[in-house]
Design a protein around this ligand. Sequence first.
Ligand SMILES: Cc1cc2nc3c(=O)[nH]c(=O)nc-3n(C[C@H](O)[C@H](O)[C@H](O)COP(=O)(O)OP(=O)(O)OC[C@H]3O[C@@H](n4cnc5c(N)ncnc54)[C@H](O)[C@@H]3O)c2cc1C
Length: 500
Amino acid sequence: MTTSLNAARRRADLAALADRDSPLDMLVIGGGVTGAAVALDAAARGLRVALVEANDLAFGTSRWSNKILHSGLSYLTSGHLPMIMECARERRILMTTVAPHLTSPLRHIYPLYGPEERALRVRLGVSLGKMLRKASGTPAELIPPPARIGALDTIRLLPQVRREGLRSSWSTVDGQLVDDARFVVALARTAAAFGASVCTSTRAENVTDYGARLVDTLTGEGFDVYARTVVNAAGRWAEGIDHEAILAQGGGTHLVIDAARLGNPTAGLSVPLGNSVSDLVSILPAQLGRAYIGFTRGDFPAVGSVESQKSSSDIDVLLSAVNTALRVPLTPADILGTFPGGSDLADPTRRHRIWLSGTMVSVVGGTLTTYRRRAQETVDAAIAVGKLTAAPCITETTPLIGASGFTPTASLPDFAVARYGSETPAVFDRAKVDDPFGLVAPGIDVTRAEIEFAVRHEGALCVDDVLDRRTRIGLVAADADKARRTVTDIVTETLADLST
Ligand SMILES: Cc1cc2nc3c(=O)[nH]c(=O)nc-3n(C[C@H](O)[C@H](O)[C@H](O)COP(=O)(O)OP(=O)(O)OC[C@H]3O[C@@H](n4cnc5c(N)ncnc54)[C@H](O)[C@@H]3O)c2cc1C
């Protein structure tokens, strides 16, 4: 079974679902990280699965995360030890086996300006982090232990850090995903390789515990599908399917700025919100020469949502926090774009919940870091309630598409290798587009071949899917404007080619 998702395969999958005369083993609703991982887990156990997504893969919360693979330490105040251990363990599995190509260690710097008392409190946290890393079996070469570093080393990593009063810094290392939306696409494609039907632009309506009406949102046509179990993984929309599936609404805005404005830092910068040691505002280096600024944990100001992207009060809070540690303060004029938070951060434990309504299994909440374990528990519950026969879970040892068997060569752009891993040669070798290595617009590190690949193999059905989710060009409106013409041409040509 091929890993390619595209308009032709979607049409064939929808037609096959409409024609089915026997029920599926599992219908999964929602193509975020949770639904995609559930579909992968179930398909890899040999179940007949369909994943339906009303919009596009990673359309919901999954593309708005901070992209941090947590050690679990930030949940310390919740006192939920199993959750903390689960985070550390899942991070190791993700970074060593499942998606080493889409993850990398990210150093975070906590500059110390204040009294020694704060440094000691931070030290307690980092010592616990060290213990956690060891207990979860994470190799020190992957996640080096926390260290106290001097002012000069801090400046080397963060050229624009404020120098007056800087005594030293704590340096800790977490994991970082190159792109959360791309990660969801990799999960869905790997699920497809195990035989799952993955249908985007397909909304589940009239959902019961034995099926749903699936509506193709591109044509408006619909049909009923039956399944022995239904998994409700619709994130903040889950409540519309099962009224008990209430997701605590948090909030928060992220800011996008030019990394060059900060001297292209190679580490994240974290500063406390007020007097807190655990509630932070962080500047995180990101792909495409950007840096994101966001709240990295805690009880965030309850403003901002997926619809209302920009809240001036959030922007004020974020800028004034990071400016305490910058030489030249950032101003609103430095903001190139914003993106929302808007979901489960109000729950201090961020623990997921799974429950049953007949043979429907609803799953909401939890972190991106612990997605695999959440999916495993969900599928276990579905197998039990649906009395399904299935093989054991294998996702702990199953690399995602692109994860294995590749040594980068100098002929391939580094930025592409970071996004495609072992698939990078295929992105360029299989391209039919003219000038495959050409950039979509000056200064934007996305090639023309990647746009074709998104449509031919990664399930993009339209220009917005490409700008907003297969690439993150759309995070900066000015970049999207520069790239739109080229992207539109390549998307149109490739879709036409697929339909012949
Ligand atoms: C601001 C913020 C920052 C975060 N940062 C981190 C972080 O750094 N690290 C970390 O580990 N975790 C982080 N998290 C948590 C993480 O992002 C979430 O755990 C995760 O994204 C939840 O994914 P999901 O699949 O459950 O929901 P979603 O991604 O919202 O997916 C639900 C999907 O269901 C679809 N859908 C809805 N209704 C229907 C229907 N009727 N038919 C078909 N499809 C439907 C939607 O279109 C959507 O795509 C963060 C969360 C937030 C809010």
